[in-house]
Design a protein around this ligand. Structure first.
Ligand code: SF4
Length: 172
């Protein structure tokens, strides 16, 4: 099993963090930087943090990398401090059940930005939405497959592989 260093795990978290930050900016900007817009944007930011915690609590205990430095993003080492280990055989089922909880993170900024652009077009907002789509729908899945999934013993049974496999086929 390959073990990841602290700096590698920090690097692995950057694409997700950048995605959530750009999404937060889109929501705040799309609705005119008003109090309501900032409230919605902070809600999205909190949702991003809860999404990561959700995976740590409900998926990582079933993973082969739980409690090991083989977890490319370090969640497995956090999970061990919060929840007990569970059966690896349930990993695909748990992954499929819980990943939809975080999928809206990839969609909400695009929907909010798209509606705002439809109402009143702005090149700045269009640029932000484009950067979000490239970062979250292309770069993030490719980083995942190149950085972590490539070494994972569970990749053949992991539903996440559908996304990076597709991205890799499209952009390689
Ligand atoms: S590889 Fe994924 S599921 Fe496994 S411990 Fe790390 S973050 Fe959790």
């Amino acid at each position: 099993m390959r073990e990841y260093t602290t700096s590698e795990t920090i690097l692995a978290n950057i694409p997700y963090a950048v995605m959530v930050l750009i999404g937060t900016m889109i929501i705040a900007y799309a609705y005119g930087l008003t109090t309501l817009a900032f409230t919605a944007a902070i809600g999205y930011l909190i949702y991003g943090a809860i999404g990561a915690l959700w995976i740590i609590i409900f998926v990582c205990p079933f993973c082969a990398f739980y409690a090991t430095k083989g977890c490319p993003c370090g969640y497995g080492m956090i999970s061990v401090k919060i929840v007990k280990k569970s059966s690896r055989n349930c990993f695909p089922e748990k992954f499929s059940r819980h990943i939809p909880v975080i999928v809206p993170l990839w969609l909400i900024p695009v929907v909010c930005g798209g509606i705002a652009l439809w109402i009143s077009f702005s090149w700045r907002l269009a640029g932000l939405v484009s950067v979000f789509i490239i970062e979250s729908w292309i770069i993030l899945p490719i980083v995942s497959v190149k950085h972590g999934c490539v070494d994972c013993p569970q990749k053949d049974s992991c539903p996440w592989m559908v996304i990076p496999d597709t991205a890799q086929r499209l952009f390689s």
